[in-house]
Design a binder for this molecule. Structure first.
Ligand SMILES: *Cc1c(COP(=O)(O)O)cnc(C)c1O
Length: 274
């Protein structure tokens, strides 16, 4: 089953998305991806808070309250009997004749679906290779918008270069991955880009900060360059689906000595939470 506004319907059979839905034509909308472990959502409230913030930042009213959306999402998970996977939901500004400015009477459209997906355990254990790309995205990367072309091109570049993720560089500064936040470790301290409009403030990033605080590992928001990354003791990425994944190679440079002790400690604590 999938969700369209307040209706649970069978996928494909009765799915009807209008050709003039603004999500389809302009990417005019926002989304969230939430992890489900053993039938339970992980940090759903945080995702719903960010969802509300994204909506507010693009001057879009959500069709349902936080409580209503939460209920629908959890109902969908139950109906589909999802154990381990993700739930995706988005809201677009609705259906209206195509013209750039906001339509007068369009109603926002909520859609949601669930997907089974195993945790990428091998990558958690062994780490991944990443490559760097220029960050060509717009200047409101703090909004989880449906407009993902910059991110799509970055990830495609990574895949064409046998890498799992593309780490984006703006003005000599490392911002974040195409769908993940990025961190380096030096002298036992974690460094990551400040949560400003150049990056998406990941929910997993919040969890990483909480774990770091718990373990007494300094969590420092600071700008750093690719050169700093090459010199780092450890590197890792975080996201809802990648959780905490060690980065063992950046371009042609091997980082540290395989996954290091700090990333292992963060992973271990993360495992306890899910
Ligand atoms: C969603 C996303 C992340 C990770 O956020 P989580 O809430 O941890 O999944 C990081 N960067 C970008 C660009 C994203 O879209």
């Amino acid at each position: 089953m999938i969700l369209i506004n307040d209706q649970f319907i069978k996928r494909n059979q009765d799915t009807h998305i209008d050709i003039e839905d603004r999500g389809y034509q302009f990417g005019d909308g926002i989304y969230e991806v939430v992890r489900v472990y053993q039938g339970k959502t992980f940090r759903l409230d945080d995702h719903l808070d960010r969802f509300e913030r994204s909506a507010k930042e693009i001057f879009m009213e959500l069709p349902f309250s936080k409580t209503e959306t939460k209920l629908k999402i959890t109902q969908l998970i139950e109906m589909n009997n999802l154990q381990d996977g993700i739930v995706y939901f988005q809201v677009t500004r609705g259906v209206a004749p195509r013209t750039h400015a906001f339509p007068q009477n369009a109603k926002p459209v909520l859609t949601a679906y669930t997907k089974k997906s195993p945790r990428p355990i091998d990558q958690f254990k062994n780490g991944i290779k990443v490559v760097t790309v220029e960050d060509i995205r717009w200047l409101r990367c703090d909004i989880k918008s449906l407009n993902l072309l910059g991110n799509v091109l970055a990830k495609q570049y990574a895949h064409e270069h046998q890498a799992e993720e593309a780490i984006q560089i703006r003005d000599n500064t490392v911002t974040e991955g195409s769908s993940s936040n990025f961190y380096i470790v030096e002298n036992g301290k974690i460094y990551t880009h400040p949560a400003d409009h150049f990056i998406l403030r990941g929910i997993t990033r919040i969890v990483v900060e909480e774990i770091a605080n718990k373990l007494g590992i300094p969590f420092i928001e600071k700008l750093f360059s690719v050169k700093d990354v090459y010199r780092a003791d450890e590197a890792f990425i975080s996201s809802t689906t990648a959780e905490i994944t060690p980065v063992i190679q950046v371009n042609d440079k091997v980082i540290g000595n395989g996954p290091g002790p700090i990333v292992r400690a963060i992973q271990e604590e993360f495992q306890k939470l899910i």
